[in-house]
Design a protein around this ligand. Structure first.
Ligand code: ZN
Length: 161
């Protein structure tokens, strides 16, 4: 049995590639590791697609938008696992990752423990309608049966393995 740490190491070059990718509005990138011991998710997204602006909130209205979006964009709300996998959320964070004077990125990280990993043959990602104009989500994944990558869009939100 391959350990999660080992899978993460295999995914290392992917993660590096994701980090080196230029900040691009409308585009988010994620890595997904499905392992016998659980599921790990990490995603980078421009703040512009999270709030509709990238600077620190400067009005009460922008503060309210930021607050409500940070609450809404919680991965357990838009990462939908098959019921039969019986996945239970273990950790979830959404935090400012990288900010220069013009561009801010947020990172969403989450992990689940699933009673039946083998029944995870697809994943529904209903993130797009919660964002401010996210157009593409690049996902690099590694599962017990292999690895691959897909680009999801508002028209194609299902990731099948
Ligand atoms: Zn930007």
């Amino acid at each position: 049995m391959r350990s999660l740490a080992c899978s993460l190491m295999l995914l290392g070059p992917f993660m590096l590639a994701a980090q080196q990718k230029a900040h691009q509005h409308g585009v988010a990138s994620a890595t997904l590791v499905i392992d016998p011991q659980g599921v790990e998710w990490q995603m980078d997204m421009p703040a512009d697609q999270l709030f509709g602006f990238e600077h620190a909130p400067s009005t009460a209205q922008q503060q309210a938008i930021q607050q409500s979006q940070l609450e809404k964009i919680q991965p357990q709300r838009w990462l939908v696992w098959p019921d039969e996998a019986k996945c239970e959320l273990k950790t979830a964070t959404l935090a400012l990752d990288d900010a220069d004077s013009h561009h801010h990125d947020y990172v969403s990280s989450a992990s689940w423990q699933c009673a039946d990993i083998s029944s995870i043959n697809q994943l529904e990602i209903t993130l797009f309608q919660l964002t401010m104009g996210l157009e593409q989500l690049h996902v690099q994944y590694i599962t017990p049966s292999g690895q691959g990558s897909r680009t999801l869009t508002p028209q194609e939100q299902r990731l099948a393995f």
